[in-house]
Design a binder for this molecule. Structure first.
Ligand code: NAP
Ligand code: GDD
Length: 343
């Protein structure tokens, strides 16, 4: 009989790729989305899984414990992948309480429902490298102490410990994937890589003159989301629940990513000035194409994150293969196409 998996956050980047992956594996996929006036399934449509007969889309707000309990009881899944979250760090500073409700409390609702309904359901928690925060360890590994720097990081750390606690207390198979940044053509435009590829595509097509960014010296370990969802699945197929880092082991600055994106469209740029006055100039037309705006600075920043994925490689046989250059190319191609056709 086909396995049944619940994915919370099916409308998000990872939810869509994981849905595609599990359907290919023969699962019945129950994708949960919250009620909004106009729900958007564009990612599921782009991956051409929206009409798949084994994909069932159900309304469920994960901040509503009754909705969570009843949904799990109705579906009786084998596995639950909890990907839904208020996932934007910047917003977590402006909406700390709802971030906590969505990212932390909901995990207790899910694990408590599993405990009461069927403790054999396997649970994946989407933990994050943001939990490492201000750390001196480089690269970060599973034993690196946590020191989160944002309400988002704090909320995710609470959820992380909750899932560990449900294993230790009730033997529930709860795994946490500490995933470093992963991007794709399906990334939301609020995140820096997609903001850059969308902006550079528009500049190349003469639809925009300049992008505004915040801290371009921040470094992140950026992988390809499609490869990371396979790691989530692998975590739930092991004999013992555990915590695993998924990352590439390489860190690049936002500035380096900007340079890669402009190189892809053959726009030569030079950087001038420093701090808030730093700009990139398009040397083809001598116009400023990147500016710095304090609007995008965070109250507390994480300067650099880079992960050691050797445990996942050893135990799960998982490793990343997409370079940042290839990732940037994939995202640029998609954004050129979308902006050319105003999609
Ligand atoms: P995303 O694209 O922002 O997707 C988040 C999903 O959560 C969306 O489907 C969103 O629905 C849903 N959601 C938010 N609040 C909800 C609520 N109250 N009830 C039900 N659904 C709700 O995020 P992602 O990049 O796919 O990330 C997936 C998960 O991995 C998140 O938990 C994120 O924190 C974590 N993570 C991501 C990364 C990364 O680099 N991508 C790294 C580490 C961890 P709407 O469409 O309605 O907004
Ligand atoms: N979003 C954004 N916009 N970030 C900018 C900008 C800008 O204009 N300019 C510079 N940055 C810097 C941010 O300050 C941060 O240091 C870095 O670019 C990456 O920002 P985001 O792309 O917003 O991602 P994030 O690292 O804060 O969070 C993402 O990765 C986490 C894993 O480490 C999200 O996907 C989280 O959900 C995820 O947990």
């Amino acid at each position: 009989m086909a396995k049944k998996a619940i994915i919370t956050g099916i409308t998000g980047q990872d939810g869509a790729y994981l849905g595609e992956f599990l359907l290919q594996k023969g699962y019945k996929v129950y994708g949960l989305y919250r009620r909004v006036s106009s729900p958007s399934f564009w990612r599921l449509k782009e991956l051409q899984i929206y009409k798949n007969p084994n994909l069932y889309l159900l309304e469920c707000d994960i901040t509503d414990s009754i909705s969570v309990f009843n949904t799990i009881k109705k579906i009786m899944p084998d596995e639950i992948y909890n990907l839904a979250a208020q996932s934007f760090v910047q917003t977590s500073f402006e909406q700390p309480l709802s971030t906590m409700q969505i990212n932390s409390l909901s995990v207790t609702y899910m694990l408590e429902s599993i405990r009461l309904i069927n403790p054999h359901i396997r649970f994946y928690q989407a933990s994050t490298s943001e939990m490492f925060g201000k750390t001196d360890d480089e690269p970060q590994h599973e034993q690196t102490p946590f020191a989160p720097r944002s309400p988002y990081g704090i909320s995710k750390l609470c959820a992380h410990w909750t899932s560990i606690n449900y294993y230790e207390s009730y033997n529930i198979f709860a795994c946490s994937g500490i995933l470093f940044n992963h991007e794709s053509p399906l990334r939301g435009k609020e995140f820096v890589t997609r903001k850059i590829t969308d902006g550079v595509a528009k500049i190349a097509l003469n639809q925009l003159e300049c992008i505004e960014l915040g801290n371009i010296y921040a470094k992140r370990d950026w992988g390809f989301a499609k490869e990371y969802v396979e790691g989530m699945w692998k975590m739930l197929q092991t004999s013992m629940p555990d915590t695993f880092i998924l990352s590439t082991g390489k860190a690049y600055s936002v500035k380096e990513f900007v340079t890669l994106a402009f190189e892809y469209v053959n726009i030569p740029i030079v950087w001038e000035n420093e701090g808030l006055n730093e700009v990139a100039i398009n040397t083809k037309n001598n116009r400023i194409c990147v500016r710095i705006s304090p609007k995008y600075y965070r109250p507390a920043e994480i300067d650099s994150l880079v992960g050691d994925y050797s445990k996942a490689e050893k135990i799960l046989g998982w490793n990343p293969s997409c370079s940042l250059q290839d990732l940037c190319k994939l995202m640029m191609e998609a954004d050129l196409q979308r902006n050319r056709h105003k999609l």
